[in-house]
Design a protein around this ligand. Structure first.
Ligand code: GLY
Length: 693
């Protein structure tokens, strides 16, 4: 059975058994504690907790997953055995307070033995040692005695906290001729038995202290690795010998001109696996970077490149292989196709920027090898490879693995921490101090859209230097938080307001900067007369400065619309800084713009300014905004209520910033510069208003 057939058989079975079939969710999970979607159940955390209604009592899907960072991480194993992947597809069915153990177990047994026709004698069951109920259900259904194991094997949780419960696993005997290797035995990793399906009885919610509280309902969460099913059903000992991987490996062979052999097998596995994680993650909006999931993807891409190099390949690797991935999986996952050009550009740029570093780093590493003592590479060398040549630690470890050399990881981490400490000291500022003020209520700042308030505001907190004080004096430099304010605190790329605080029409503070720290709007400036916590002040923003910021912000939206028209629809915002009459706009695009293109973009923006288009500002729920076709930031998460800013029929964007009401207020726009800031990302600086004139 091919991958396409297995997906269909699985979903058809559960559809026939009353399940609603839902599409795979994004690899970027809603849950902020996770880097990636690591299992189908990640989508259902609020539903399991009863915080959100489930779409149906019974649901099933095939979910794309990545396990390559955090608690669930298979990265190091990929390539060196026959069943690990960083990207994989998980078949799953769920019951939200509907069926429980007996029906779940019966259905999975029926799928494996009846629908797929696996030999029941080759299936081995494990249950949690505390779970008599599941153990008895298995005995009654199959006559089998389950192997009873502890939490390590038979307790499943999404993360350290949240929904969890005991589970029962079904393993398949891949090689009955071998001896031993049963789940839970010392030889369990020998590859004889592979786990085909996990049925989790989601019954508890675990808190940060490890306490378990029963969930409002008893639920079922199951997960089965499609790649393992394919191996079993295609009679292969190695997942990487199944149809989908054979085709991807052929593409690697065609590109590199190298045939797969016993010796270079790990490279073929690593490249095909990493092609899937990098390709799918970028198609879902992840950008290779130095932080969080962006860094995981960068690391994976760099590991793949190293293996391209081992195969003697020069030049683009995953960028060249991506079309083969689209051929294999693009019908099941249309996002691969829809974003093809964009994904290839991002990968290509990332590959280009690492190519030279990889070669130079390898030279450094080879020159250090004669100095290696007792098979340990000093941590500072690994750190230099990381810091200067962009070698993630695991890349260095992977390269040294063949030579039986280990990295002194403690010394490496010491170097890393010292560097972090150095950079933290530079940017510490007062943010941490405000973050420690957990009792302060979030500032009510809705008046920022009105630009003014007629209600005095109460001074809630004053920070002078590094100290919170009850009162401060004339000439003191302070930061102040009020209960409400019309000041916009720097956010979403838009700089904060300037202005004054007044008492009885007299200025008491000149506000030079406004920032946001969490929910607080922090006004920074110098006092012109004493002020106390509890005083009432009238906050007034500098209207002219605000107008210059607002017109620059609306101009940014026009700029984005013009770039998409002149360059292509794939151009997406990657960052921005909107200041009075000046715009810095970063966007995804794989090459420098030509002079003609820059001129065309500038002309288009000015044409729209001349037409004096109406700019509307509306608040609505996210679904209505999506229906309207409002453009969202790539990979950004939005709340339920959003603001939608439209300019004529030219631009419609989700945006929390402040804007003008007619494009004519921008007066004029002028592009000053266009340059590259990192791979695949360009930066435009543009002036508007008086500055442009
Ligand atoms: N959520 C069940 C599993 O991943 O095994």
């Amino acid at each position: 059975m091919t991958y396409n057939e297995i997906r269909k058989v699985f979903l058809d079975y559960f559809k026939q058994h009353g399940h609603k079939i839902v599409p795979s969710a994004s690899l970027i999970p809603e849950d902020p504690n996770l880097l990636f979607t690591i299992a189908g159940v990640v989508l259902w955390k609020p539903e399991l907790r009863g915080e959100r209604p489930a779409p149906a009592p019974r649901v099933a899907n095939v979910q794309k997953c990545i396990r390559a960072g955090g608690k669930h991480n298979d990265l190091e194993d990929v390539g060196f055995d026959n069943r690990h992947h960083t990207f994989f597809e998980m078949l799953g069915n769920w019951s939200f307070g509907d069926y429980f153990k007996e029906e779940a177990i019966t259905m999975s047994w029926e799928v494996l033995t009846k629908v797929l026709g696996l030999d029941p004698n080759r299936l081995v069951i494990t249950t949690h040692h505390s779970d008599d109920e599941a153990t008895e259900i298995w005995k009654k259904l199959t006559g089998k005695d389950a192997i009873r194991l502890g939490d390590k094997d038979n307790w499943w949780a999404i993360g350290d906290t949240g929904p969890c419960g005991p589970c029962t696993e079904i393993h398949y005997d891949m090689q009955p001729d071998m001896i031993g290797g049963l789940p839970g035995s010392p030889e369990e990793d020998c590859g004889r038995f592979v786990e085909l399906w996990n049925n989790v009885f989601m019954t508890y919610d675990r808190d940060a202290n490890g306490n378990l509280t029963p969930l409002p309902k008893r639920n079922i969460d199951t997960g089965a690795g499609l790649e393992r099913w394919a191996a079993v059903l295609q009679n292969k000992l190695d997942n990487y010998d199944t149809d989908l991987f054979v085709n991807l490996k052929r593409a690697v062979s065609d590109l590199t001109g190298v045939k797969e052999t016993e010796t270079n097998k790990p490279s073929f596995k690593i490249i095909t696996d990493h092609l899937r994680s990098v390709g799918f993650a970028i198609a879902d909006g992840v950008i290779p970077s130095n932080a969080d999931r962006g860094y995981v993807i960068r690391r994976i891409l760099r590991r793949a490149m190293r293996h391209g190099q081992i195969l003697g390949h020069k030049g683009g690797l995953l960028s060249e292989l991506y079309p083969a991935l689209v051929t294999e999986m693009g019908d099941t996952y249309p996002e691969l196709k829809n974003n093809q050009q964009h994904v290839v550009e991002i990968i290509r740029n990332e590959e280009n920027s690492f190519t030279d570093m990889l070669q130079n780093g390898m030279k450094l590493l080879e020159s250090e090898l004669p100095n290696v003592n007792n098979g340990i590479l000093p941590g500072d060398v690994a750190f230099k490879l990381f810091d200067t040549y962009g070698f993630p630690l695991d890349l260095t470890q992977m390269i040294l693995r063949d030579k039986n050399i280990k990295v002194d990881v403690n010394a490496f981490e010491k170097c890393m921490n010292e560097q972090k400490e150095r950079s933290r000291a530079d940017t510490r500022g007062t943010k941490l101090l405000w973050e420690s003020q957990t009792d302060l209520p979030a500032t009510i700042d809705i008046e920022k859209y009105e630009t003014k308030t007629d209600k005095p505001a109460t001074v809630l907190s004053i920070l002078r230097g590094e100290e919170f004080v009850k009162s401060a004096n004339e000439n003191d430099e302070v930061e102040i938080v009020l209960d409400h304010t019309p000041f916009y605190g720097t956010q979403g790329g838009q700089v904060g307001d300037m202005g004054v605080f007044k008492i009885d029409d007299n200025v008491v503070m000149n506000v030079t900067e406004t920032n946001r720290v969490g929910g607080l709007v922090v006004h920074k400036g110098v006092l012109t007369s004493p002020i106390n916590v509890g005083d009432e002040v009238m906050p007034e923003i500098n209207q002219q400065n605000r107008q210059q910021i607002a017109r620059a912000h609306t101009a940014t939206h026009l700029l984005q619309a013009a770039l998409r028209k002149v360059l292509n629809e794939d151009v997406e915002q990657r960052g921005s800084k909107v200041s009075p009459d000046s715009v810095r706009f970063d966007f995804s695009f794989g090459r420098a713009m030509t002079t003609e293109e820059k001129q065309a973009v500038e002309d288009l923006v000015n044409e729209w300014i001349k037409s004096d288009l109406n700019v509307t500002h509306e608040e609505m729920d996210i679904d209505s905004a999506k229906k309207r076709g409002a453009m969202a930031l790539f990979g950004e998460k939005y709340g339920d209520r959003v603001r939608v800013i439209t300019a004529g029929d030219v631009s419609c964007e989700l945006c929390g910033g402040t804007h003008i009401y007619h494009t004519g207020e921008i007066i004029k726009a002028r592009i000053n510069k266009e340059k590259s800031i990192s791979s695949g990302i360009r930066r435009i600086t543009m002036s508007v208003g008086a500055l442009a004139e």
